[in-house]
Write a protein that binds this ligand. Structure first.
Ligand code: ADP
Length: 402
């Protein structure tokens, strides 16, 4: 059975076609700069090891429809394609950034669901409009193929009001649904389930701290398999210090900067989003670069890494209180999977809290879901490679009952 996973943005479409027998991708790629004078499509097809077919196309894609059309052409290419025609696709799963309070689990697309995603646009104005277009184009190009939407916020919908409400007048929640929603839910859910497998007990019996560290980054407290708190807020700007995003800070700073620099609130938020975080402190948002600068004695790079890991430790500490007892801390995503130094700094000197690292395992993690803590560590520390596409495809199969 084959499932197509689509992540449509305002000017891009990421896609992956998965073979659900193995869980492996058959093809993947990205269409970029849709609507611009010149766009691009990068496509990879996996035709059985070690045969891999790559194609990079530069041409204009006036709308998402032309982009998706080209993807279908490549997927069904008589020579280098991975399927004969689109009837081989059993279902389509869409990644949706924001489901607001309307969606707490994946659902099959119908007119009402599509309207729901539109209704949530004020909470994700940069993302949800692209998702709606992606669904509309898929409906047109794959008639008869059922579609499912999987929300990045859904996993966090189990939080209680004490965790998701902000300390501002209640009417803002009532009028605008202003509250903490969280992000990366699909990844947190995937690694939580994988962690339960490594622990050898049902997810419903596991207490975990999941640490998704990519360019965007967030932590979740997972209590008996359900999210009870998460670091990101109303938007993906809150929580820990990220690549270019500031994370939590004193809200009065918005007014202060706006006043001193004669910037609008929107301009300040743009600066918080694109020019802050690690990049704002030391000029780079890539950990590889930051480590090589630290080796050369760059103090700003050292400060940036220190600040970022300090903040992650603060969240882990608060989630220990929230959970009472923790089975495992789980690192994932670009930094979580590839940066042993970041993991070591985050988990150092915590033996009194039951966290005992195994330096050898940490520095030589073999990419399988496994522990980097000592065998006798009361709290396990795992590294588990995330796979959001597989999670979306699995949800699609489950919702459609395939
Ligand atoms: P996103 O999906 O949020 O764009 P990723 O999960 O792909 O981000 O993570 C990207 C980040 O991972 C990079 O910015 C970089 O900081 C970090 N990263 C990737 N590879 C390595 C590596 N080998 N060592 C350290 N950090 C890495």
């Amino acid at each position: 059975m084959k499932i197509l996973v689509i992540n449509a943005g305002s000017s891009s479409i990421k896609y992956q076609l998965l073979d659900m027998t193995s869980g492996n991708p058959l093809a993947s790629g990205i269409v970029e700069r849709i609507g611009e004078e010149m766009g691009s499509l990068t496509h990879k097809a996996f035709l059985g090891t070690p045969k891999e077919f790559k194609e990079a196309i530069e041409c204009a894609f006036p709308t998402h429809k032309e982009g998706m059309h080209e993807v279908v052409r490549l997927l069904t290419d008589p020579e280098k394609g991975v399927i004969k025609d689109s009837s081989e696709i059993a279902g389509i799963g869409h990644r949706i950034v924001h489901g607001g309070e309307l969606f707490s689990k994946p659902v099959e697309v119908d007119a009402e669901v599509l309207q729901g995603i539109r209704d949530v646009i004020p909470l994700a104005p940069l993302h949800n409009p692209g998702h709606v277009i992606g669904i509309e184009v898929a409906t047109e190009l794959f008639p008869g193929v059922r579609q499912v939407v999987v929300f990045d916020t859904a996993f966090h919908q189990t939080m209680e009001p004490k965790a998701f409400m902000y300390g501002i007048p209640y009417e803002y929640y009532e009028e605008f649904a202003l509250r903490r929603y969280g992000a990366h839910g699909t990844s947190h859910k995937y690694v939580a389930r994988e962690a339960a497998k490594v622990l050898g007990k049902p997810l419903e019996e596991c207490n975990l701290v999941t640490v998704h560290l990519g360019n965007g980054a967030s932590l979740s407290a997972v209590k008996k398999g359900k999210c009870s708190d998460t670091s990101m807020g109303l938007t993906p700007l809150g929580g820990i210090i990220m690549g270019t995003r500031c994370g939590d800070l004193d809200p009065a700073i918005v007014g202060f900067i706006s006043d001193k620099k004669d910037m609008s609130a929107a301009e300040v938020v743009t600066m918080f989003t694109n020019e802050s975080g690690l990049k704002g402190i030391c000029g780079s948002n890539d950990l590889r670069d930051i480590h090589s600068r630290i080796e050369k004695g760059d103090e700003r790079a050292e400060l940036a890494l220190d600040m970022a890991t300090h903040r992650v430790r603060q969240f882990i500490g608060s989630y220990f209180f929230e959970l009472g007892k923790v089975d495992a801390i789980v690192f994932t995503a670009g930094i979580g999977e590839n940066d042993p130094e970041y993991r070591a700094r985050t988990c150092s000197d915590l033996e009194n809290f039951g966290i005992i690292m195994d330096s050898d395992k940490n520095w030589n993690w073999d990419r399988t879901p496994s522990a980097i803590s000592a065998d006798d560590s009361p709290v396990k520390v795992f590294v588990i490679a995330t796979n959001e596409e597989l999670e979306i495809a699995n949800d699609t199969v489950a919702v459609l009952g395939l």
